[in-house]
Write a protein that binds this ligand. Structure first.
Ligand code: THU
Length: 132
């Protein structure tokens, strides 16, 4: 699958966003090395803190289907904002544990594209090595 196809899948997922409060729509797609894909969209809640971001929805679906970080080829995250949305702090923490450090993360708003990875997005990570 090309990066363009992966981004298109993330845009399809964005159509399923449930965002009645922010009206800001985000989609995500995890591409696994065997070709399977897992979609995610942001799902909001009237208790705002209960909202789940698109990339967490997608990565949790990936893990819930038995896939792990070494099985993942790339993650695309797209939004309908006027500038490219970078993952929020909570998502960066989650992705730092559930993705390999250099797995490509591709961000787009349909106009501009940024290619990055979690090592770049979240330096000085707190992780399981810090816990006894
Ligand atoms: N949101 C995401 O889904 N991913 C991000 O990386 C940034 C923010 C969602 C959460 C909320 O539903 C809306 O965007 C506005 O914050």
């Amino acid at each position: 699958m090309t990066i363009e196809e992966l981004l298109n899948k993330a845009f399809e997922a964005m159509d399923n966003a449930y965002a009645p409060y922010s009206n800001y729509h985000v989609g995500a797609c995890v591409l696994c090395k065997d070709g399977r894909t897992f979609l995610g969209a942001n799902i909001e809640n009237a208790s705002f803190g209960a909202t789940n971001c698109a990339e967490r929805t997608a990565i949790f679906a990936t893990y819930a289907n038995g896939y792990r970080k070494d099985d993942i080829e790339a993650l695309a995250i797209v939004s309908d904002g006027k500038r490219v949305a970078a993952p929020c702090g909570i998502c960066r923490q989650v992705l730092s544990e559930l993705l390999n450090q250099d797995t490509p993360i591709i961000l787009s708003n349909g106009k501009d594209r940024v290619d990055t990875n979690i090592k770049e997005l979240l330096p000085m990570q707190f992780n399981g090595d810090d816990l006894d």
